[in-house]
Design a protein. Sequence first.
Length: 325
Amino acid sequence: MKKTLSLLAFLLCQIINSQTFSTNLTPVGWEHNILFNSVTRYTVTQEGPAINLPGLFDGSMNPYYMAGVTPSTPKVILIEGLSGYHTQAGAWVGWTTRYLPASRFKIEGYDTYNGVNVWRVIADYSDVDYGNYNFSVKIPVGGVYSKLKFTFYNGQGGNVGLSELFFIHPEATSPYSGLLTQSATNWQNYGTNLFYNLGNVGIGINAPQNKLDVNGTVHAKEVKVDVTGWPDYVFKNNYNLPTLEEVEKHITEKGHLENIPSEDEVIKNGISLGEMNAKLLQKIEELTLYMIDVNKKVNMLQVNNDRLIEENKMFVKKIEDLEKK
């Protein structure tokens, strides 16, 4: 009995001692792969023989194959726009496949830490054969890597298989952050900022046609609208200010001011705040010019009226003088 208990205790110690408990200083596993759903979270491009890009970042580990991969026609997969987190405590990059592993490849990372902005070689098997079905390596130089480039030069007879690309970065993500939900795939945190990097957002509407569609009231202290132009051209000497007769004619024929949308158009299409404010300002500036012109004419009439009054006084005085004589 004692021998049995001793054996069990020995085996338990061996099991416990064989475990590697995950910390942010060790590879914590696939759940911290920040490349999950890269094709929707970042910018992913490929050169050379085509492969199913979404399948390399979905966590399914399904194998995909490329034919015709050679040193003269390598396969290049570039991932841009990665989160700007420092790899000071450790991060690991690599690939895995079920069949046809790459025998020659190179992995590079673009380091932006402290503005260095250089491509660093993370792993280079471009001149020596690699013979395993998966590859991982710790980032050799701590930095902030905004891009990763995987280049595959050769496999078995030019055929290369890939199941998943990964960048295990414990400090840059929470477990499975790119796989939990569709919204988690497309919403991203950058410091205290939250942004949506794919498609449109609808609030109270299930088929938004713009980046943000709201079926309801938007309450804000201030709304700032970017515009592409402003109608100060009305005050330039070469501006063709329509006459009031032309304005009256357009209103009579069209039922609204020129360059201002009609009621039917507004009901159908709505209005753009920036564009509409510019159009309204144009009309205000035109009205200002009309008022300035009217004021000049009124002043001229006043001057003429004052002159006529003086002339009339002089004429009356002459008559009075004649009557006295």
